[in-house]
Design a protein around this ligand. Structure first.
Ligand code: HXC
Length: 289
């Protein structure tokens, strides 16, 4: 879809870049020539990813263990990166989530998620953005959200609340930082199965049955998400900012509609429905005559 050197010369930080969607996006950026920084809580998975990307694509990849909940650690990490040279891109991918009835959540359980997604994402964004502004360097921010930012979602309330906050951050900073050449967008992926997310959001299901109704009849293919993440990071669409783009096979639009369950009807069911509606119309007409 893209020229192989599309991102050559760009330096991109992917939080949570050692596993899951973060690793997939980092890999696509590396494939297109970018140098990378990846951070996360587990050094072993970061090292594994860095080694693989360096070996496969010959780009520079630096990794460092970091818990984005620790604001002072975040700022000193970003400071050290900028001492080597300014970043060009930031992907806010690190997240935490699990399904639970909200009544059963402890406050610590809520905080565990909100501190990563809501607070941590702000800490990173703020640390990077203020350095871009100070250095008069343009940049691109892409945050990984979910379609719950528009619909809310039962059983993942701390995540839905926190990601909605980052959606507001995306819109707000696009307006506030546009004058500095910083574009701020987000991606709202539907189901793109990864080990970490599936273990916490679809435990024991073994298939995609609890993923609701998806008009395209399938979960997302990783390459589709990678292409969007790369498009948003590349030069050539600077006017696109402040947007959260859903990539979900129209799942959330269908799930949210009053008549979305009609998808299950067969042609025979529809024939019956049509006959019932017509007979009701005819009865009305007869009454009026
Ligand atoms: C109820 C739970 C729980 C569960 C943890 N807690 N898991 N409560 N049900 N399943 C509670 C604990 O009991 C504790 O509260 C508090 O949360 C903190 O737990 P810790 O394990 O100490 O937290 P921590 O080690 O900081 O781990 C954070 C985490 C964990 C969020 C809980 O899941 C994590 O590290 N996740 C990172 C990876 C991840 O989640 N990936 C999926 C992202 S998917 P008490 O009161 O008992 O002490 C995503 C969207 C996907 O974001 C969209 C798909 C469509």
């Amino acid at each position: 879809m893209f020229k192989k050197d599309l991102l050559k010369g760009k330096r991109i930080l992917v939080t949570g870049g050692g596993t899951g969607l973060g690793r997939e996006m980092a890999s696509h950026y590396a494939e297109h020539g970018a140098d990378l920084y990846i951070c996360g809580r587990r050094e072993n998975v970061l090292k594994d990813t860095a080694d693989q990307l360096i070996g496969e694509y010959g780009v520079n990849v630096k990794y460092e263990p970091l818990d984005i909940r620790a604001s002072a650690d975040v700022d000193s990490y970003i400071e050290r990166i900028f001492e080597e040279g300014p970043l060009d891109g930031l992907v806010n991918n690190a997240a935490g989530n699990f399904i639970s009835p909200t009544k059963d959540l402890s406050h610590k359980g809520f905080d565990a998620i909100a501190n990563i997604v809501f607070h941590g994402t702000f800490y990173i964004t703020h640390s990077v953005g203020k350095r871009w502004i100070e250095a008069n360097h343009k940049g691109s921010i892409v945050s990984i959200l979910t379609t719950w930012v528009w619909t809310g979602s039962p059983y993942v309330v701390p995540s839905a609340m926190s990601k909605s906050g980052i959606n507001a951050m995306t819109q707000s900073l696009a307006a506030e930082w546009g004058k500095y050449g910083i574009k701020v967008n987000a991606i709202a992926p539907g189901p793109f199965p990864t080990k970490g997310a599936w273990e916490r959001l679809n435990p024991g299901a073994g298939d995609d049955s609890s993923m609701g109704n998806i008009p395209l009849g399938r979960v997302g293919e990783m390459n589709e998400l990678q292409n969007l993440a790369t498009f948003l990071m590349a030069d050539g669409c600077d006017y696109l900012t402040g947007q959260t783009i859903a990539i979900d096979g129209a799942q959330y639009l269908t799930g949210g509609g009053t008549f979305s369950n009609l998808d299950k009807l067969s042609d025979e069911d529809w024939d019956q429905m049509r006959a019932m509606i017509r007979s009701s119309n005819n009865k009305d007409k007869a009454d009026r005559a």
